[in-house]
Design a protein around this ligand. Structure first.
Ligand code: ATP
Length: 240
């Protein structure tokens, strides 16, 4: 079964073609990574698939449905990690995730469980604005998963995490995928993509340049690591 089908997707911000003719499919149960330098169009692509933006052109199917216009039937089936800045203000970590759980009609049991799974029991009574960057990030991931969605979107989930939290999160994310969920993430960490992803797409300047398994990309580019492939195809100059 296909979880995501994207065909000739395009979105421009004024003159800037952020996403320009992107097509790919993600199979149900797949762990899929989108890689690319700053400004490549990764976040915009995710937001289009999540139904947060309207494409200029192209077709998107998520779990067989169109995400735009806003599709209320899809929302309980997908989990979207929001930026920590979109937390409800002045709530504690526990109140935050309980609020998310309530919005999805989920009980407080799963909310407390998720707080524990991302290692935030000690911070349950801390207000969200007093969490560290990494703690806030882990809370945002727990909030995205509290309703047990079958398809999960994570935008740079391990950015600003320490090595301990990163490795713990890798275990958690592979666990999610082992239990059958489809996971789509963006990352700047090539070791993360190589470890977690079944397939990765490399984007730059709004285009999808390559799409294959990490091992397939390394082999076809005669490279030692995924990072070598990435630098071969996207170059070394600063972006965005
Ligand atoms: N709301 C917006 N209005 C105008 N331009 C935008 C907007 N959002 C993104 N852009 C531009 O569109 C391009 C693609 O941005 P996008 O955030 O999708 O890239 P990205 O690959 O996620 O980058 P990063 O790795 O830095 O997060 C960039 O040039 C960015 O400056």
């Amino acid at each position: 079964m296909t979880a995501i089908e994207v065909t000739d997707l395009a979105l421009a911000y004024g003159e800037l073609k952020a996403v320009d003719g992107v097509s790919f499919e993600v199979a149900a149960g797949e762990f899929f990574g989108i890689l690319g330098p700053n400004g490549a169009g990764k976040t915009t692509t995710l937001e289009l698939i999540e139904g947060l933006r309207r494409p200029d052109a192209g077709d998107i199917r998520v779990l067989g449905e169109k995400p735009w216009p806003r599709n209320a039937g899809l929302l309980p089936r997908i989990g979207v990690q929001l930026q920590a800045s979109s937390f409800f203000e002045r709530l504690t970590a526990r109140e935050q995730i309980h609020t998310f759980a309530a919005l999805y009609g989920v009980g407080s049991g799963p909310a407390d469980e998720w707080l524990a799974r991302v290692g935030l029991v000690d911070k349950a009574d801390t207000r969200v604005e007093d969490l560290s960057g990494g703690q806030a990030q882990r809370l945002s991931i727990a909030c995205a998963l509290v309703h047990d969605p079958e398809l999960v979107f994570l935008d740079e989930p391990t950015a600003s995490l320490d090595p301990q939290a990163r490795r713990n999160l890798w275990d958690l994310l592979s666990g999610l995928n082992d239990s059958g969920r489809t996971v789509v993430l963006t990352t700047h960490y090539m070791d993360e993509a190589q470890t977690l992803c079944d397939r990765v797409g490399i984007m730059d300047h709004g285009h999808l340049l390559l799409l294959d398994t990490p091992a397939g990309l390394i082999e076809s580019h005669d490279a030692a690591t995924l990072e070598d492939v990435f630098l071969q195809v996207t170059g070394r100059e600063y972006r965005g």
